[in-house]
Each structure stands twice: as C-alpha cells, then as structure tokens.
Design a binder for this molecule. Sequence first.
Ligand SMILES: *Cc1c(COP(=O)(O)O)cnc(C)c1O
Length: 216
Amino acid sequence: MHKSIINLISVKKELEIKSKNQNVKIIAVSKTFPINELLPLIEYGHEHFGENKVQEAIIKWSDLKAKKENIKLHLIGKLQSNKVKQAVKTFDYIHSVDNIKLANKIALEQKRINRCLKLFIQINIGNEKQKNGIMPEALNNFYNKCVNQLKLDIVGLMCLPPQTGKVKKYFNEMLELKNSVGLKELSMGMSSDYIEAIEFGASFIRIGSKIFGNRD
Ligand SMILES: *Cc1c(COP(=O)(O)O)cnc(C)c1O
C-alpha cells in the first residue's frame, strides 16, 4: 500500500478514538506534490483534497476532476481577486474569503457561470499583521453582507492560528465565534495540531505532511 494511504488510515483511526464528531472531513493537502503522488489516494477513494495556489490546482486537477466526479477540491490559500474566475471554475470549496471585494467578485462569477461553491470566512484569530483574515470583531457585519446581500453559501469559518503553543485558546475562540453567527463548519487543524482542533469542534481538518510526507 502507498504510504499516503497508510498515513490517511492512521489519521482516521486516531479520529475514531479521539473525536466526538465522527463526521470530521480530512482534506488531504496536496500542494507541491505531483499527480503521481496523489493517484494512490484518489484510487483508494479519498474525496477531499486541498491546494493553496489556483494555477497549480488547475494544472494538477482539471483532468483528474473530470474523470472522478466525487472529488471535492478545496482552495485553502490566499485568493487574489484576479484569479476568482479560474478559482470558481476549478474548486468546490474556498476557505479564504477574507474581504468584501473578493466576496463580491465570487458572487458575480458564480452567477455568471451558474455555480455555487461552499465558502469559509477566514478569521485572523491571532490578530497577526502578516496573516490574512477578517478580525473577529468584524465578523458579524461581514457575514451578514455575504449572506444577505451577496447570497453566498457561507458554510463556516477557517483559521491558521499563531504557532505559539496556545493553539487551544485560539481554537476555542473560533468555536465561540462560529456559534455566535450560527454556522455549521470549522476548518482548522493541520498536521501539527489537528487533535487539538477536533477537541474544539473542527469539522474539516487540513492535513498535508502527515499524509504525503515533508514538502521540499
Ligand atoms: C499547507 C497547509 C496546510 C497543511 O499543512 P501541514 O502542516 O503539511 O499539514 C493546512 N492549511 C493551510 C492553509 C496550508 O497552507
């Protein structure tokens, strides 16, 4: 068996034991890995894959997705507004909705080609200058605009918490924020902290190196 399958199974086993929510989705983050490294997991039947760059995703996934219609592709990286057209065509989920200009463009493009992606609002949960995301105190207003004015299908919140050893504090704040707006999903937790994330209600975890190995 390919190592990515063995690794995925071991993460699933761990979730069975440690997670209250038995419906946590594992997004296999395949950024930087070539197609031949992804094929075993696709053949195995895994459905959720994540990429952080639009261009890389189009090159790797356009043909694969046409052949395997069960695959759900997630954009987990920053989306520049000049890439919205390609992103709306290529992805099923966008986790990085973080400003109103972008939200507007997504809404327009979806209408134009008659698609409706599932979207996450990215939260800058640690108030970090170098990170993207809506500030927690601005969420309510932003969420209302996305849903009421733009009719976007916002399914949840996403974050990349500061790597300070206090991830639980940030995950807990995310859970409270999610509940405050009445959303269903939480996209949080990576290879290093997914066990902590599921403790605080993560429903989509984004696992790269733990499945595919270290990136160069
Ligand atoms: C790369 C990436 C991941 C996966 O990281 P690993 O540590 O390899 O599991 C998750 N989320 C985002 C936004 C990423 O860019």
